[in-house]
Design a protein around this ligand. Structure first.
Ligand code: NAD
Length: 490
């Protein structure tokens, strides 16, 4: 007798959890001057796994006095070692770090998923390979700055203070560290308080790579630690990635000082789907753009603008696809949507879900069983939204899509450009000419055509308006870390 096949509406996969053991210490100190040290006042905070709410480690909470120690260590390393090192030697260190990241990639991926909640598929296939790629790319520039800036001498600022968010913890660290070190700066880096672990593991790797002590210093803590770094006069340059709200505060603090800064801030990107697009491909791109990685992406396609004639079809296809998405254990290789990064962020997303309904929009969530512990949000879409609705205007940073329709290309562009951000966007059409026309009119730093969320270390990234100022990545990413002088200037 044969067992009857039990067909469901979707294929069910057997659980496939990533199983390598990772080595985490019970507690982590600050990494200053090449050594591990406690916070001066002994304060610590917990970092938890948002999928289980279990404590992963305790981490030192740096005060202004600790930040001062770190900045001084960075200055000493700059004056005594790093500024005197031939550029090719700086490059060698970066190549070594890149190779060691590749060697330890699997462990980094697991820790990233445990600490941040993102699916292992993302951290394993996207984040960590891109981290290594950024170090390789900027390692190559270290001794070629004369070619990057012909006719000028590119001099480092000195000490760079770098503050990063929780959505791509190690990748944001790489975006900042690699160009800063390649151009000859030393660094004090502050990771986000909910995801400090991969930066701390990077500190261990940096020790193993024999980078001279003090060239990279890592101070953990929350907003106060970040503010202490911003306000420290010894940090010659500040590079910040995070929310527009905090970015504005930093801008107010730095603008009168004459110190150098770059701000990579929030976004509210629109995917624009024309009636001549390959609709199944577009649906896949929309899903990738907003639902994978829980919508914790600055350039997430959190708005969909779809041409009226195909709107019904696209929304129906989207709902079908959403019903197949797997929400759950970030360490399971089948998971599409992991845990929301923190309780605070979970509450913020819930607030927007309620607000959307209160604003009169229609909410759709596929039925899906969520784990009992941890912070979760099913993929959600809202139809019947208006341009002035907060769902359309504000960054939610969760797996929540607001859908609007348009009739003409001009209307699509007007709606895409309406919110105060300008970080990214997507255009889906069969016509190359339409891609060029639309992308020249949408005010966004990055515009993908018939694809979404593609990154490469050679390509610059950054925004307009409330999405910030300055670029990271590519040749453009070197510029914020140098002062361009006359070649004769000593
Ligand atoms: P956030 O602004 O709350 O925090 C970012 C970092 O700043 C954290 O390390 C935090 O501790 C620190 N911080 C908080 N207050 C500070 C202060 N007063 N002074 C100095 N530092 C302070 O942002 P978040 O919630 O961690 O990250 C999500 C945001 O980051 C989203 O808005 C997202 O769009 C943005 N982001 C932008 C990019 C980009 O490239 N444009 C990339 C990733 C994330």
């Amino acid at each position: 007798m044969t067992t009857p096949l039990n067909f469901d509406t979707t294929w069910r996969y057997a659980p496939a959890p990533e199983s390598i053991p990772v080595r985490l210490r019970k507690s982590y100190g600050l990494f200053i001057g090449g050594e591990w040290t406690e916070a001066k006042d002994g304060r610590t905070f917990r970092t938890i796994n948002p999928a289980s709410e279990k404590v992963l480690a305790r981490v030192a909470d740096a005060s202004a006095a600790d930040v001062d120690r770190a900045v001084k260590a960075a200055r000493r390393a700059y004056d005594r070692v790093w500024s005197k090192l031939p550029a090719a030697e700086r490059g060698k260190y970066l190549f070594r770090i890149a190779r060691m990241i590749q060697e330890r990639a699997r462990e980094f991926a697991v820790v990233e998923s445990m600490d941040g909640g993102k699916p292992i598929r993302e951290s394993r296939d996207v984040d960590i390979p891109l981290v290594a790629a950024h170090f390789f790319y900027y390692a190559g520039w270290a001794d070629k700055l004369d070619y990057a800036f012909p006719g000028r001498r590119a001099a480092p600022h000195g000490v760079a203070g770098q503050i990063i968010p929780w959505n791509f913890p190690l990748l944001m660290a790489a975006w900042k560290l690699a160009p800063a070190l390649a151009t000859g700066n030393t660094v004090v880096l502050k990771p986000a308080e909910t995801t400090p672990l991969t930066a701390l593991k990077l500190a261990e790797l940096i020790q193993d790579a024999d980078l001279p002590p003090g060239v990279v210093n890592i101070v953990t803590g929350g907003g106060e630690t970040g503010a202490a770094l911003v306000n420290h006069p010894g940090a010659d340059k500040i590079a910040f990635t995070g929310s527009t709200e905090v970015g504005k505060r930093i801008l107010r603090a730095l603008a009168p000082t004459g110190r150098s800064y770059t701000l990579e801030l929030g976004g509210k990107a629109a995917n624009i789907v024309f009636e001549d697009a390959a609709l199944d491909q577009a649906v896949e791109g929309i899903v990738n753009g907003i639902f994978f990685n829980q919508g914790h992406v600055c350039c997430a396609g959190s708005r969909l603008l779809v041409q009226e004639s195909v709107a019904e079809t696209v929304v129906a296809k989207l709902k079908d696809r959403m019903a197949t998405l797997i929400v759950g254990d970030p360490l399971d290789k089948n998971t599409d949507i992991g845990a929301i990064n923190s309780k605070e962020q979970w509450k913020r997303i819930q607030g927007y879900l309620k607000l959307g309904e209160a604003e009169g929009a229609e909410k759709y969530q596929p039925a899906c069983a969520l784990p009992e512990k941890g912070y979760w949000c099913p993929p959600t879409l809202f139809t019947g939204v208006s341009q002035s609705d907060r769902l359309v205007q504000e960054e939610i940073f969760g797996p929540v899509l607001a859908i609007q329709t348009f009739r003409t290309p001009a209307e699509a562009v007007e709606k895409a450009n309406n919110p105060p951000y300008g970080l990214s966007g997507g255009v889906w059409t069969d016509k190359g000419s339409k891609i060029f026309k639309i992308s020249s009119k949408v005010r966004a730093g990055v515009l993908w055509a018939n694809t979404y969320n593609k990154f490469d270390p050679t390509a610059p990234f950054g925004g307009y308006q409330e999405s910030g100022m300055g670029r990271e990545g590519g040749l453009h990413g070197l510029l914020p870390y140098v002062r361009l002088l006359d070649p004769e200037h000593s």
